[in-house]
Design a protein around this ligand. Structure first.
Ligand code: GLA
Length: 632
């Protein structure tokens, strides 16, 4: 019932080491699958109880590795709601250190990923060991430095409240840990993980298929819309080249705010002004695909489902449950709850022309208790919840192979390789502010490809930060992900609409490069003035360099980009924002831009180019590097 990486026989081989405890009649199988092309080893453990007694498993790490401490630093990603996956790098000290989640989800706060870096390691040089969990629930990743300066490194299911009762003849499977190694710095670790996730984690129709550019109505309307308003957005979006309309929260039950209606997955026809099927058909008739928001794990106290089945909500009997975002959570560890959701959602999706689902979960789990488990087994609850979720997702994705599922966890609270097995993309964060997103997407880039990162262009002033950034900057940021829009299109000026049309045509033109190319972090949003990243075609024919000024200075220090992934012997031309259409008032363009002169790949790698200066606050530049015929 767990997500698992997969491969053709020729791409992977597995070593199983069987450890036997004859006293307890316990067999522990350590499984190592070697994916040579991506330099990844996946590791999981199977515990089999061959004895007559019950065994209580209190800790079951997916991997454990001992090595000498070579001045290791640990790189982790931490955050909060709307501030997910901020990078942190610190030196290992004596004793325990690590990260974990006990919130029932992989979490906004700590991310199920850690890298150990040799002290002087950079993007291009030094040794890196990476681990990430293919799991969406509680986890622990720890490094313990011993008395002899060795490191024991472990990753697995979170031990917070965990205890699994393993009866005679039963087996317990840990989730997979994805391990990688690089002796060419952090970039190589990233390249390994990006390729691995694209090739051996993401499945289904959308693994390699082009994903649609979408528009989502959340920030345009929040809960306050009618069917007519949604059709109007879809119609206008179609004219701009957008391909999919997503109806977000508020279309079902009595759901006018975030305190009611969750669980009642029946359309509010009064609000929509028609049936859901009619609405979806109207949108499809406009030439758009139709998508829908769901939060099947959520339940409001003010809902028919809760009134009918209060025992289905997670909570400790007799105690007042803790609300979060005004809601409770359904006990997905229960088979009857899973079956109900599978049936209800299948019926809903089966009756409408739908090609996209945003699967949200807006709260973490506390009051961990299931009425279906007796008191000696409550320690199984959190893991059983995740297994239940995976069962529901397996059934629904199997039943609806045409649907592109996008994961979401109150923004990016459940962004992990486990979820990516069912849903090829995950909404990155509830922050749509282009500058805040730089750090969030930079953090995610260490382990996850651009094709996994849900990103949208939204309105200004930004709804989360109040910041005003140019539309071109928002577009540039959103192109480091799945790319879409989330704004009230009726409030745009003609100029803005024209610019959006151009953004869409740039994204469509470079789609394969962006989604399948090799990703490089050039500068960090956490330092300096300008965040730069690059995506290069694996054959070295072209690259797209994106630069966003997160801090504008007078008389700035030049930002130099050494372009990676090109062919040393080939010649290239640089194009600024596609074709110099962008005005560059009063400033001299740096070397390489003005005349269209050819520059060799070797020169671009060693000497690079200087990013044009910012001409407005939060300026973004997209620089397209293209191979050209050799000039003598
Ligand atoms: C979460 C999501 C948002 C939106 C709202 C709807 O916060 O991350 O994108 O769907 O829920 O309630």
């Amino acid at each position: 019932g767990l997500p698992t990486s997969f491969a053709e026989e020729s791409e992977c081989s597995t070593l199983e080491i069987v450890c036997q405890d004859s006293l307890l009649n316990l067999k522990v199988t350590l499984s190592y699958s070697v994916f040579e092309n991506e330099d990844v080893i996946t590791r999981h453990v199977v515990v089999a109880n061959g004895g007559k007694d019950i065994i209580r498993i209190e800790k079951a790490a997916s991997m454990s590795l001992d090595m000498d401490n070579r001045d290791f630093e640990m790189l982790t990603l931490h955050g909060s709601w709307a501030r997910e996956r901020h990078k942190q790098r610190r030196k290992l000290g004596a004793g325990y250190q690590g990260i974990s989640s006990g919130r029932g989800e992989s979490s906004h706060q700590n991310h199920p990923f850690m890298a150990l870096l040799t002290g002087s390691c950079t993007q291009e040089q030094g040794e890196v060991y990476g681990v990430q969990m293919m799991y969406s629930g509680n986890f622990d990743i720890q490094a313990e430095v011993s008395q002899f300066n060795s490191v024991r490194w472990q990753a697995g299911i979170g031990t917070n409240d965990f205890c699994w009762v393993l009866g005679p003849e039963e087996r317990f499977y840990t989730p997979e840990a994805l391990l990688t190694y690089s002796d060419e710095g952090i970039d190589k670790m990233t390249a390994n993980y990006h390729a691995f996730i694209k090739n051996h984690v993401i499945r289904g129709k959308y693994k390699d298929k082009k994903r649609p550019i979408l528009i989502n109505n959340w920030e345009a309307t929040y809960f306050h819309f009618t069917g007519e308003k949604l059709v109007a957005i879809a119609k206008e979006a179609k004219k701009l080249g957008i391909e999919l309309f997503v109806m977000d929260d508020g279309w079902f039950g009595k759901r006018e705010d975030d305190c009611s209606g969750l669980g009642d997955w029946f359309p509010n026809e009064k609000k929509l002004g028609c049936t859901l099927k009619e609405l979806a058909e109207r949108i499809v008739a406009e030439g758009m695909q139709f998508g829908i928001w769901l939060e099947p794990e959520g339940i409001s106290e003010d809902s028919d489902l809760y009134r009918c089945r209060p025992d289905w909500a997670v909570g400790v009997p007799g105690r007042k449950p803790c609300l979060s975002r005004g809601q409770l959570i359904l006990d997905f560890s229960r088979k009857d709850v899973q079956d109900y959701i599978i049936e209800r959602i299948s019926e809903l999706l089966g009756g409408i022309p739908v090609t996209y689902v945003k699967w949200d979960c807006n709260r973490a789990i506390c009051d961990k208790f299931s009425r279906m488990l007796d008191s000696s087994r409550q320690g199984e609850f959190a893991h059983r919840y995740v297994l239940g979720l995976y069962r529901v997702l397996e059934k629904l994705t199997e039943k609806f192979p045409q649907i592109l599922f996008e994961g979401c966890g109150g923004g990016g609270g459940r962004f992990d390789a486990g979820l990516l097995y069912y849903m090829p993309q995950i909404w990155g964060s509830d922050t749509t502010d282009a500058i805040e997103r730089l750090s969030i997407q930079y953090g995610a880039s260490f382990g996850y490809p651009v094709s996994a990162m849900g990103t949208h262009v939204s309105m200004v002033p930004n709804h989360q930060t109040g910041r005003v950034t140019p539309l071109s900057t928002r577009g540039c940021m959103a192109m480091a992900g799945t790319f879409g829009y989330e704004l009230d299109i009726s409030k745009l000026t003609q100029e803005e609409k024209t610019e959006i049309r151009e953004q869409i045509s740039i994204f469509q033109k470079h789609y394969t490069l962006i989604q399948r190319g090799d990703y490089y972090r050039i500068t960090s949003p956490l330092e300096g003035t300008c965040t730069v990243w690059e995506i290069a075609d694996p054959s070295g024919r072209e690259a797209l360099v994106s630069a966003v000024y997160h801090h504008v200075q007078a008389n700035p220090v030049p930002v130099r980009v050494k372009v990676q992934g090109l062919k040393d012997e080939a010649d290239y031309q640089l194009f600024l924002n596609e074709d110099f259409k962008e005005k560059y008032p009063g400033k001299r363009l740096p070397y390489g831009f003005a005349s269209g002169e050819a520059i060799s790949g070797a020169s671009l790698r060693q000497f690079g180019f200087v990013v044009p200066e910012a001409v407005n606050g939060f300026q973004a530049w997209q620089i397209y590097v293209k191979e050209c015929p050799h000039q003598a």
